[in-house]
Design a protein around this ligand. Structure first.
Ligand SMILES: [Zn+2]
Length: 298
C-alpha cells in the first residue's frame, strides 16, 4: 500500500517485521529468528526476502543496542556483538531501494507509542519499556533525544539503591532490577509463600486480581520502585507525559496505582500536577515505531 512503511524490531533472539500504515495500523507481520551469530549481510537478505511482495516506501529498524541514527550504524550491542560497526541503513537502502533508518529498539517503541497516541497532546515525553529489560526513550520538543553517543534514555540502569539487588548489567539496585521481569519475579519469590507456576508477570497479575495472598504486595513494591525511578525522570525533564510500554505494563492498574501514589507524594508539585501517565494497549510498538520513524525527516 502506498504510504506504508516496514518496521523491523530486532531483538537478540527474534526479529519481528511488520507493514504499518501511515497512522501506525499494523497491516501484516511476520517473525523469524535473529541468528546474530551469522553475518549481518545474511540478515539483510533474509528480511528483504520476507518483505519482497509487500508494497512500501520506507523501512525502519529498531536494534537492541546503541545506534548512530545519522549513519544507521550499530555502535554497541551485548546480544548482537557480531553486527557492531555494520551500517544497517546503507545495507537496507541498497537491498530494498527505499529510504531506510535505524535506531535503538526502545527509542523506536517509544516513538511508536508517542506518534500514535500522544503526538497531538504532548511535546515532551519520557517513555519506558518494561519487559525482560527496562529500556526507554526521551522525546524532547517533539523529537527523539539520542544523546552524544546514541545512549540517551537508558533509564532502566539508573541506580535506585546502590546496595540493592544485582542487575543484569552488573550494577546493584538499577530500576531494571525491580521493575524488569527478573526483578518482579525475584520480589514475588521473596514476598509470596507460594508463587504461581509457571511464574510469569501475567500469572502474577492474575494472582493479584484473584486475591492470592502476597501477590498484590509484589506489584506494590515493584510499582513503588518504578514510581521512584520515574519521578527522578519527571524532575529532570518535566515532561507532558510518561509513557509505559511492554509486557510488565500490561498489568495496568496493578503497577500504575503505586506509581501514581509516589507521584502524589512528591513535594515539588509543578512537574507532577498536569502530568499524564499513559499505558496504551499492548501492540508491536517496536515494529510500528520503527516503521513510523522511517517517515520522519531528519
Ligand atoms: Zn542495570
Amino acid at each position: 500500500m502506498r504510504g506504508s512503511s516496514v518496521g523491523v524490531d530486532v531483538g537478540g533472539t527474534f526479529v519481528k517485521i511488520g507493514l504499518a500504515a501511515k497512522d501506525g495500523t499494523l497491516l501484516r507481520s511476520v517473525s523469524m529468528p535473529t541468528e546474530p551469530g551469522r553475518p549481518p549481510e545474511e540478515f539483510v537478505r533474509r528480511v528483504a526476502g520476507a518483505v519482497k511482495d509487500w508494497r512500501f516506501d520506507s523501512v525502519g529498524l529498531g536494534l537492541a543496542g546503541g545506534v548512530d541514527a545519522a549513519t544507521g550504524t550499530l555502535l554497541f550491542a551485548p546480544n548482537l556483538r557480531r553486527w557492531v560497526g555494520f551500517s544497517f541503513k546503507r545495507a537496507f537502502e541498497r537491498a530494498l531501494k527505499v529510504r531506510a533508518v535505524a535506531d535503538n529498539d526502545a527509542n523506536a517503541a517509544v516513538w511508536g507509542g508517542y506518534a500514535v497516541g500522544l503526538k497531538k497532546r504532548a511535546r515532551h515525553v519520557v517513555g519506558v519499556t518494561l519487559g525482560t529489560g527496562v529500556g526507554g526513550g526521551l522525546i524532547l520538543d517533539g523529537r527523539l533525544h539520542r544523546g552524544a553517543d546514541g545512549a540517551a534514555g537508558e533509564v532502566g540502569h539508573q541506580t535506585l539503591d546502590p546496595k540493592g539487588p544485582l542487575c543484569g548489567c552488573g550494577k546493584r539496585g538499577c530500576l531494571e532490577a525491580y521493575a524488569g521481569t527478573a526483578g518482579l519475579l525475584r520480589i514475588a519469590r521473596r514476598r509470596m509463600r507460594r508463587v504461581p507456576s509457571p511464574l510469569t508477570p501475567k500469572a502474577l497479575a492474575d494472582a493479584a486480581r484473584a486475591g492470592v495472598p502476597g501477590a498484590r504486595a509484589v506489584w506494590d513494591e515493584a510499582g513503588t520502585w518504578l514510581g521512584v525511578g520515574l519521578s527522578n525522570l519527571v524532575l529532570t525533564f518535566n515532561p507532558d507525559a510518561v509513557l509505559l510500554l511492554g509486557g510488565v505494563a500490561r498489568s495496568g492498574r496493578l503497577i500504575l496505582d503505586p506509581v501514581r501514589r509516589v507521584f502524589a507524594a512528591q513535594p515539588f508539585r509543578e512537574p507532577f500536577a498536569r502530568l499524564r501517565l499513559s499505558a496504551p494497549a499492548d501492540r508491536d510498538w517496536g515494529c510500528v515505531g520503527a516503521a513510523l520513524l522511517s517517515r520522519e525527516s531528519r
